[in-house]
Structures are given as structure tokens and as C-alpha cells.
Design a binder for this molecule. Structure first.
Ligand code: SF4
Ligand code: SF4
Length: 346
């Protein structure tokens, strides 16, 4: 939700945006147009990375206003393919694999794309949900239709709550940052009460490692982290990520395109009709070369879509790709049956 009363029209959001990078006066003027509901190129140029919600010094959530105007004006250039993918996600057949009674539910949403990612002791006994019934709809912000998120939020919560009750769980672990953004942030705006506790996968992994310190073999590895767009809604858990990295002996390289400066993996940008492939590719390479130049030996992903987007390109730059949970499994001395981030195309 955009908080107009907090906005001082400083223009920081559009000045710091890596993609728009407007000069100060233009940034102020275009943001004023957004507030006043006037036409502005921002609605078609913004790639929906959510980063300006973090850039805003007042906590006004500028991206939420941009996204709202994108929908109202219909000016966001979403490709037919991305719109089709969003519609398809809610049609995916639902699947519930019941675990031990009382153990948490792990929601894979609709992003169970990385074979071999949900294996091993970390997931023993968890009940696993996935498919259209367990889709959080946050992805719709990337096609310029945020109203779909609110319209479907209660249904998503109710579907999870039903499984939680059936298996006597208290917690839902969110494998995807999008689901956590919805359950830990957006539901408050929508006035939805949760009958369970949402737990971010990072918190779950950190706590698991803390409780099993004796099993950990420190990896002594330098990695670059690819931060998901939706992480900006609940960035406070980034401290837990650093704790987790320390526990497993991993150094997160201090690079330009991480944390505040993180770039889109190319997925959201590539889903717009306005960017030629070469331009999307150039942004991806900037991101990867930044990681490489800062000494990363591996590229770590939380979001499976980011992994699909960058895993082969990272490998081509001699950085081994890992889904975060697989990196933890490596530290627990487990074998990765399908590599760190599924199949990599050489
Ligand atoms: S969401 Fe990302 S691309 Fe859009 S204006 Fe904000 S920082 Fe720029
Ligand atoms: S939304 Fe925040 S960063 Fe953007 S103009 Fe308003 S106060 Fe400044």
C-alpha cells in the first residue's frame, strides 16, 4: 500500500532506480504525476523489481503506487506469454503430500521448478503443498495487475489453513519469497487474519542448522546472493540470511548488486514487450560480472525462477549455482542428486 501522507516528493525512488535513474527534477515531477493520477512514462518503464520500496527514506512504498497506476492505465507492457503463465499458475493441479502430524507445512506455491531441491533431512516429515490452490498470486504484480493479489489472498490463506488444521500444524514455511511477502506483509493491508504462523524458508534453515551444529561442515566458500524482488516486502529477514551463511561457513561477497542494489534476475524484465533480448541479457551479465569480480565462487538463489534465469549463465562464468537449501544440504554433508540448482545447460 502506498502511504501518500508519508511522501515528501523527494524523488529518491525514481533517482535511485537502476532502470529509470531519472535526474532529480524529472524524478520529482514524474512522481507527482503518479500521485495525481496523470499520465507518466514511469508506468511503462518500471520493470516491477519492487526496489524503490526500499529506496524510499519515508517508508511510503512508491512501487505500490506505480503498480496500482500500471493497472489503472493498462500501460504496463506485459507480454502475452507472461500473462498466460500467471493464468496457468492458478490452474495447476493442487498436491498435498502429508507428513508427520504436528510438523510444519512447507508451501512450494507454483514454483517447484528445481528438481532435487526438496530432498534430504531438512524436509523430513514436513507436509508439502503445491499447485494452483496454494498459489499466492504475488507474481501478478510483475504483469501490472496487483488487484489479483488482494482478490485471491483470502482463498490462498483458507486453502493453507485447511491443510494446517488437517495435519495439526502451527506453521507454514514459505519456500518462495512471494508467499512470505503475502503472509507476513500484504495480509495486514488486506485485513486478513492468519490462523497459522508464516515462517520464511531462511528462518527455517537457520534454525535447523543452529539445532544441528554438530552435523555442519563449514563450506569455506565465497558466494554471491541473488535477492528476489519480493524480498523487499520483508527485508528484515536478510539478517537471518547472514546468520545462516555464517553458520555454514559461507562469505557473502559485498557487491554492488546485492541488498539495496540488487537487480532483477531478468525474469520480470524479460516478461515485458519493450526490452529486446540483448538488453535483458546485458543486465544479467552486469549482475553476474559484479558477482565474479567480487570473487564469488558460487551464485546462490532463493527464488527458483531466478535460478532458472541465471543458473547456466553463472556456471558459464565459473560460479556454481545453488538453491539456498541445497547449499545448506552441502554443509550438512548430503549428496545433491541433481546438482546445486537443477539442470544446467552448458
Ligand atoms: S519497482 Fe524497480 S524498476 Fe520500478 S521504479 Fe521501482 S526501482 Fe524502478
Ligand atoms: S515515495 Fe518516497 S522516495 Fe518516492 S518521492 Fe515519495 S518520499 Fe521520496
Amino acid at each position: 500500500m502506498f502511504y501518500e501522507e508519508k511522501c515528501t516528493l523527494c524523488g529518491e525512488c525514481l533517482m535511485k532506480c537502476a532502470y529509470l535513474a531519472y535526474p532529480e527534477e524529472k524524478a520529482k515531477a514524474e512522481f507527482k504525476k503518479l500521485i495525481d493520477g496523470e499520465s507518466t512514462p514511469v508506468t511503462s518503464e518500471c520493470i516491477t523489481c519492487c526496489a524503490c520500496n526500499m529506496y524510499c527514506p519515508e517508508g511510503a512504498n512508491p512501487f505500490d503506487l506505480i503498480n496500482q497506476r500500471q493497472e489503472e492505465t493498462g500501460t504496463f507492457p506485459a507480454s502475452e506469454k507472461s500473462l498466460g503463465m500467471m493464468s496457468m499458475a492458478s490452474q495447476l493441479p493442487p498436491e498435498v503430500t502429508k507428513g508427520k502430524p504436528g510438523k510444519p507445512v512447507l508451501n512450494l506455491c507454483t514454483v517447484d521448478f528445481v528438481p532435487g531441491a526438496i530432498e534430504g533431512q531438512l524436509f523430513d516429515g514436513l507436509t508439502i503443498t503445491k499447485g494452483g490452490d496454494y498459489f499466492c498470486y504475488i507474481g501478478w504484480i510483475h504483469v501490472g495487475k496487483p488487484s489479483m493479489v488482494e482478490e485471491n489472498a483470502q482463498k490462498f490463506v483458507d486453502n493453507l489453513a485447511k491443510v494446517v488444521k488437517e495435519v495439526g500444524a502451527k506453521e507454514v514455511i514459505c519456500y518462495h519469497d512471494d508467499c512470505y511477502a503475502l503472509l507476513a506483509n500484504k495480509v495486514k493491508e488486506f485485513g486478513i487474519k492468519l490462523p497459522f504462523k508464516p515462517v520464511h524458508i531462511i528462518e527455517y534453515l537457520r534454525d535447523y542448522v543452529k539445532a544441528n551444529k554438530d552435523k555442519v561442515k563449514k563450506l569455506n566458500m565465497k558466494i554471491a546472493y541473488q535477492q528476489p524482488c519480493a524480498s523487499r516486502y520483508t527485508f528484515e529477514k536478510d539478517k537471518m540470511l547472514d546468520e545462516l551463511f555464517e553458520l555454514i561457513g559461507v562469505e557473502r561477497v559485498d557487491r554492488k548488486y546485492d541488498k539495496m542494489g540488487a537487480l532483477c534476475c531478468g525474469g520480470a524484465q524479460g516478461g515485458m514487450t519493450t526490452f529486446p533480448k540483448e538488453e535483458v541479457e546485458a543486465w544479467r551479465m552486469k549482475n553476474l560480472m559484479d558477482a565474479k569480480e567480487h570473487g564469488a565462487e558460487a551464485m546462490v538463489f532463493l527464488c527458483p525462477l531466478c535460478a532458472l534465469s541465471l543458473r547456466s549463465r553463472a556456471k558459464a562464468q565459473d560460479m556454481e549455482p545453488y538453491i539456498l537449501s541445497n547449499l545448506v544440504r552441502l554443509a550438512l554433508d548430503e549428496k545433491l542428486t541433481v546438482g546445486g540448482a537443477g539442470k544446467v545447460f552448458e
